[in-house]
Write a protein that binds this ligand. Sequence first.
Ligand code: AMP
Ligand code: ZN
Length: 129
Amino acid sequence: MDCLFCKIIAGSIPSKTIYEDETVKVFLDISPNTNGHCLIIPKKHIVTVEEVDEELAKHILKVEKKIYQILKDKLNIEGLTIVQNNDLGQEVKHYHIHLIPRYSDDNWKMIFHQESLLNIEEIHHKIMN
Ligand code: AMP
Ligand code: ZN
């Protein structure tokens, strides 16, 4: 299938993975809005929230809590904004949830698809070490 995120799951396109289990993968967004901006994706190819069943939703909630704790420990984040686009505004047509760390000085306003000047190599190293 010609899906970018399925290729990331298969490993044919590299990603800065920070968490993975049999159901989901979590990796850093290539164009982060703030440091630590990451995406949770199900391993199963689905597109919108309409296809998310309760079991997956429950699992994703658990993973969101786990990642929040990891980012607090590793990056000292002060808050976490969680957003998810469906259809219009959704660039990648494989279901994904944005986890956007908040910092009191981030000046972040919910705007996607702008060029990012942040360095994900360094942030990945901080989270994983
Ligand atoms: P959305 O507009 O909700 O579909 O968001 C898609 C997100 O995927 C954007 O924030 C992109 O920066 C991100 N993205 C696109 N390609 C990659 C990639 N190869 N690795 C990590 N994130 C990506
Ligand atoms: Zn896919």
